[in-house]
Ligand binder design. Structure first.
Ligand code: AMP
Ligand code: MG
Length: 351
């Protein structure tokens, strides 16, 4: 399949530039586009055949439901049965933005979107290209991350081109994604909102408007053996080619341990990658050492986590040792993705 790539500057979108991709969406094709979280691979959410193309292009398991994206609040009405008070509060405070809300689905939503669940995930993105494209297409847009299933989510157009060129109709190249992690998924069907996937809108943010916010225990430390409420959370994700191991504990001890492990592995002839932070980078003498960002500003780590994992693929390392970061605020979402990338392989030091 021939994939058309359009370069669009999100800061100065000419209306005509999005006309062709919007037509492709309307007519049942697939379009990858930037959002403020990660790049998404979109198709008309009400067209079952179009949605199936997404699963095919990504190699996504059919029991992993998709998020439906809208450009204006009114567009939600035909998609859901009701909008409870909790959902309204989240929409008012955080939309457009990096949070997805789970609601009771309407009969209009095809089963292929929800994997047979009686709920549907809805988000209104703030990225100007995403927002305008959805509006111009005139349809709700189903869009999971625009990567091959299992690989790190794409935060730059080059990642999408690498994974999906030849498999989709259009790729819009529109710069890098601001948040860099997928949206927070929150279930608003019950009396207390529950986070099913941590993301750009944190638990602390939600606690500004709710007295109580729950987190699905299956995604918390020690919840590995529980079945997650969000079906996608059970899959291996974000995996670069190399094995990833997280070293957790006090920072100085972590650095010491990684240097020791590196020595041991290199003796065995393996190529070692080290995923560190700006503050610790100088503590690693040589080798493939890449910083994820600064511990003083976890947003920088969120922003480059997936790109960093992809960089290690290019360097062809055999094993990656990653420093853990503090699991608070956005660090919760970062560690959630890192732990998945590591297939839960975490070595804890000094505890
Ligand atoms: P992605 O679009 O690739 O970031 O994945 C979408 C995420 O939303 C996956 O983890 C899905 O399991 C989750 N999701 C989508 N629809 C639902 C739903 N109805 N209930 C719970 N989780 C959902
Ligand atoms: Mg994904």
């Amino acid at each position: 399949m021939e994939t058309k790539v359009y370069e669009i500057n999100p800061e100065s979108i000419e209306k005509d530039e999005l006309k062709a991709p919007a037509e492709v969406l309307k007519n049942g094709g697939t379009v990858a586009f930037p959002t403020e979280t990660v790049y998404g691979l979109g198709a008309n959410a009400l067209d079952e055949k179009a949605v199936k193309k997404i699963f095919e292009a990504k190699g996504r398991p059919s029991d992993n439901p998709l998020i439906v994206h809208i450009s204006k609040i009114e567009e939600i009405d035909p998609l859901v049965e009701e909008i409870p008070e909790n959902a309204k509060k989240i929409m008012e405070k955080f939309w457009p933005g990096p949070i997805t809300i789970i609601l009771k689905r309407s009969h209009r939503i095809p089963d292929v979107i929800t994997a047979g669940l009686d709920t549907v995930a809805i988000r209104m993105p703030s990225h100007p290209i995403a927002n305008k494209l959805i509006e111009m297409s005139g349809v709700p847009v189903a869009a999971p991350s625009a990567n091959l299933s299992g690989k790190p989510s794409p935060t730059k157009a080059e990642h999408v081109i690498h994974d999906l060129k030849g498999k989709v109709d259009v790729i819009i190249s529109g710069g890098s994604c601001e948040v860099g992690l997928e949206s927070t998924v929150v279930d608003a069907t019950g009396s207390i909102p529950m986070i099913l996937r941590p993301g750009g809108v944190t638990k602390e943010h939600l606690e500004e408007i709710f007295e109580k916010v729950e987190v699905d225990q299956a995604i918390e430390e020690g919840g590995m053996d529980l079945i997650p409420k969000s079906p996608g959370m059970k899959y291996t994700h974000y995996s670069p080619k190399a094995e990833v191991v997280i070293i957790a504990g006090a920072v100085e001890k972590v650095v010491e341990e990684i240097n020791q492990l590196k020595k041991e592995k290199e003796k065995l002839g393996l190529r070692v990658g080290i995923m560190c932070t700006d503050e610790t980078k100088k503590s690693y003498k040589e080798g493939v050492v890449i910083s994820m960002g600064s511990r003083k500003d976890v947003a920088t780590i969120a922003n480059s986590l997936f790109a960093t994992l992809r960089q290690f693929d290019e360097k062809e390392v055999d094993i990656i040792y990653a420093e853990s970061i503090e699991q608070k605020l956005l660090g919760h979402a970062v560690m959630n993705r890192m732990i998945k990338a590591a297939g839960h392989h975490v070595i804890k030091i000094g505890r």
